[in-house]
Design a binder for this molecule. Structure first.
Ligand code: FE
Length: 490
């Protein structure tokens, strides 16, 4: 007898046949989907959730995200290109984080993610990890505690950087002068190689596949430029030993891609990683905005996965990834919301729309990336990108029960003829009324299980105050005094 049955839905299954089931039901036993069908559901469940004639979809998967930086948005991040934002906003702020700030930031991010139908995140995590190991460890534990408490499915991608290239120093120094009061200590951004690898190994030993397999842990060298060959090899070895993935940022902006190529050997970052034997089916490369044809070939033959983050790439003026070419080449592409401070929200619905529409604008081809492909990228391809396609990404018997329900009694849902297009272009995050992760409802009637409706105002007030404290401690107050800039002076 199932524990839970969802009734009265149109189920967009994302299964192998891409079936869309009308008048459907989904039964759940434990943390898995027991069965899915049309017509009358199997009898005798402990609990029924009425889908109200709406739409059921597998939960959205964010293949690249940074949960702790959600206290650094709200206008602080405006008008900066990648490296300016990285140094003067991101690193500046997170170096001032205390464990309780991490807890508040991650809770805020998870609350927004679940309200937007995101059930799995790959969290690229770091609080300038070369700082005092005690602080880093306490911040790590505070973050993991939120994952446990909220019920989100997560791949905790613990970041590592152990070198800072000489050719970056003049640029970093110049950019740091833009915010004179900033208290960032650049030396804390770099961790010793062996120490970093052993800290990641111990986290993997302790937490990988914990919470009934809901929490995974994997290594994440930040960039090819800031991870030594020893660090890259160590991260790959850990991923292989623990049979999991690893993530990296790759060619996000023209500046970092070009500076690498022009710094000595004339190779692209992808060339370089290929020489090191680092390209593999375990690698999830985030952004990949500036890839050559040869890079794409390396991706294809090595089965490297791409985490595409269109909103963040637009916000930081990084460019537009060659997603249609990747898809045509058969490369797996998932979507990611990236940093809250560069995206401004945590909605894969927004990423789907941006991903599909912006490719049309630059290619002058309205069919270059279909709504169906955008929906695949948000669900089953995202699962494939994280190496989890056997477990999540579609509504099928035997898979983990990560399910989201849309209320469709709203004007923007009508008329509706072809659901993938309606979901990609018309649906809104606020339509999602129920979210189930690992068989457990974590949001019902838009009330979060871990943050009740009557607790929300006080929590948001705390998030605001915590953000103000972080800005103060980081010496970033000047960012609050932006004034009205019809023409940016950043
Ligand atoms: Fe990132």
């Amino acid at each position: 007898m199932p524990d839970l049955v969802i009734t009265n839905v149109t189920a967009v299954t994302m299964d192998g046949q891409r079936r869309i089931l009308r008048n459907a039901w989904i039964s759940v036993t434990g943390n898995r989907i027991e069965a899915i069908g049309e017509g009358e559901p199997q009898a005798g469940p402990a609990r029924v959730i009425d889908g109200r004639g709406g739409v059921a979809l597998p939960g959205f998967i964010s293949t690249h995200q940074h949960l702790i930086d959600s206290l650094v948005r709200g206008g602080l991040q405006q008008d900066r290109n990648l490296i300016d934002w990285l140094i003067n906003v991101y690193y500046g702020a997170i170096s001032a984080y205390r464990p309780e700030d991490c807890a508040t930031a991650v809770t805020l991010n998870v609350a927004e993610a679940i309200r937007s139908g995101v059930t799995t995140v790959c969290d690229g995590w770091g609080v300038n990890n070369g700082d005092d190991p005690g602080r880093v460890s306490e911040c790590t534990e505070a973050t993991l505690d939120v994952y446990r408490r909220t019920g989100i499915r997560v791949m905790f991608a613990r970041m590592l950087q152990d070198v800072f290239p000489d050719y970056w120093q003049p640029l970093a120094g110049a950019l740091l002068r833009k915010i004179p009061g900033l208290r960032l200590r650049p030396e804390t951004l770099v961790e010793d190689t062996d120490g970093g690898l052993s800290r990641i190994e111990s986290l993997m030993s302790k937490y990988h596949k914990s919470e009934n397999d809901r929490i995974h842990v994997c290594p994440s060298p930040v960039l090819p430029q800031t991870a030594s060959p020893q660090a890259l090899a160590g991260c790959l070895e850990l991923a292989e030993r623990f049979d999991t993935m690893l993530t990296i940022h790759l060619c996000e902006s023209l500046t970092d891609a070009r500076m690498f190529t022009e710094s000595g050997w004339g190779m692209t970052c992808t060339d370089y990683l290929n020489c090191l034997g680092f390209l593999s089916g375990r690698l999830v490369a985030a952004h990949c905005v500036h890839l050559t044809d040869r890079d794409l070939r390396y991706f294809k033959v090595n089965d490297v996965k791409v985490a595409h983050c269109p909103s963040s790439n637009l916000n930081l003026a990084s460019g537009i990834a060659r997603v249609p070419q990747m898809v045509l080449a058969g490369i797996t592409v998932g979507l990611g919301t990236d940093d809250t401070s560069t995206n401004c929200n945590v909605s894969i619905l927004t990423e789907m729309r941006d991903a599909a529409l912006l490719q049309r604008g630059v290619s002058f081809d309205a069919g270059v990336l279909s709504a169906e492909k955008a929906l695949e990228m948000a669900t089953i391809d995202g699962a494939r990108a994280l190496g989890l396609a056997d477990e999540i990404g579609s509504l099928e018997a035997g898979k983990k029960a990560d399910i989201i329900l849309f209320d469709t009694d709203k004007p923007h849902w009508y008329p509706r003829h072809h659901l993938p297009a309606v979901l990609a272009y018309q649906a809104q995050a606020s339509d999602i009324h129920t979210v189930i992760i690992d068989g457990r409802p974590v949001m019902e009637d838009r009330e979060l299980a871990f943050l009740k409706r009557d607790e929300e105002p006080a929590f948001y007030e705390r998030a605001q105050r915590t953000s103000e404290d972080v800005v103060e401690r980081a010496g970033m107050q000047s960012l609050l005094a932006r004034g009205w800039q019809s023409e940016s002076r950043v």
